[in-house]
Design a protein around this ligand. Structure first.
Ligand SMILES: Nc1ncnc2c1ncn2[C@@H]1O[C@H](COP(=O)(O)OP(=O)(O)OP(=O)(O)O)[C@@H](O)[C@H]1O
Length: 343
């Protein structure tokens, strides 16, 4: 478990002060994959680097499994660091050393016997799918392969926590996917808690259980990925969600809504989980004698739960439309009128 308690970080250079973190409270539970997203300069790197003391908080505390690491002895800090692996956007491999040596590095530093080092490196190479690349040098590998080496090196000391600093930002979409699959396996098979920072909402959607949105060194929104994606509250969160959820109304449709005289109101209908399987449209149409015209829609999946989003024009008697809306809401389906937002 990682706990940030009122964490602040101020950088001082000359007379200038930069307040990178302004009081962060966050808890990453054991076994979770927790994503922190934010635009450039939001404070993501500063935050993740306080976990392994690459940066010390200016105020507040970071607790690892309940212990404030900044108060530990030098020896205990070394032990705690072994328990926290880290991978980086640009991999941070030693180009003059072989793949084997790069992965072995943390074990060699810990004076692990050679036979044990060789056994562990072979196991890790197998796990990351690069068993035949041990003698190569990083320059001979693709970006995705380099990140696999970075991951293998991070796992060498059997950590319980893995920090991922923009681990897929330098990779193409297909390679990103394969690295995210590998991170998920690490989380599931080794029960390693993962804290990742990214500026890509697709990464959060793909593997995270929880997400926090960072802006100007503050957490502006946090929650389960499902909650935050289906009901984002802050405008920055809405921007991030829109970047992957494709629920923007097309221009032609906005034009149609703008010219709607209000006789046929238009609603956004959002439904999740069990509601997805319900034939609520035909039921409502029959029961309240309405014509329902679907103008736009998509159904997607978040954390294995289906999530639907429809834009529907309701045509019928106003009193029946009101009754229909009440009936839909009764089924735990969210409905909101889009007319006023569209213009
Ligand atoms: N060593 C440093 N000295 C001075 N200012 C710094 C230092 N590191 C970061 N900053 C500043 O702190 C703020 C937060 O930076 P940080 O790198 O944590 O944000 P970020 O969200 O990770 O951004 P990016 O995605 O661009 O890396 C920025 O204004 C940055 O310029």
């Amino acid at each position: 478990m990682i706990q940030f308690e009122a964490v602040e970080k101020t950088y001082v250079s000359g007379k200038q002060q930069v307040h990178a973190l302004n009081g962060i409270d966050l808890t990453v539970e054991t076994g979770e994959i927790y994503g922190v997203i934010g635009f450039s300069g939001a404070g993501k790197s500063s935050l993740i680097r306080t976990v392994n003391l690459l940066e010390r908080p200016s105020k507040g505390r970071v607790l690892i499994h309940g212990e404030d690491i900044s108060t530990l002895s030098a020896r205990k800090i070394r032990d705690t660091r072994k328990d926290i692996g880290m991978i980086f956007q640009h991999f941070n491999l030693l180009n003059s050393k072989t793949v084997h040596h790069n992965i072995a590095m943390p074990l060699l530093l810990a004076k692990t016997p050679k036979a044990e080092v060789d056994r562990k490196v072979a196991e890790l190479l197998e796990f990351v799918g690069l068993a035949d690349q041990a003698k190569k040098y990083p320059d001979q590998l693709s970006g995705g392969q380099k990140q696999r080496i970075g991951i293998a090196r991070a796992l060498a000391t059997n950590p319980s926590i893995l920090l991922c600093d923009e681990a897929t930002s330098a990779l193409d979409p297909q390679t990103t996917q394969s690295i995210l699959d590998l991170l998920r396996r690490i989380n599931q098979e080794y029960n390693i808690t993962i804290l990742l920072i990214t500026h890509e909402m697709g990464v959060i959607r793909e593997i995270c259980d929880k997400v926090a949105v960072l802006e100007e060194g503050r957490v502006i929104e946090q929650g389960s990925v499902f909650e935050v994606f289906t009901n984002p509250k802050h405008s920055t969160t809405k921007r991030f969600v829109r970047s992957v959820m494709n629920d923007e109304l097309p221009d032609s449709l906005l034009e149609q809504i703008r010219h709607n005289d209000g006789a046929r109101p238009i609603y956004r209908v959002q439904f999740t989980g069990n509601s997805v399987g319900q034939p609520f449209m035909s039921r409502v149409s029959r029961e309240f004698q309405l014509d329902l015209n679907v103008l736009f829609g998509n159904i997607t999946e978040l954390q294995g739960i289906p999530y639907g989003n429809l834009i529907v024009e309701f045509d019928g008697a106003p009193t029946e439309i009101d009754r229909a809306l009440a009936s839909i809401r009764n089924d735990n389906i969210q409905v909101e009128e889009v007319q006023q937002h569209a213009g």
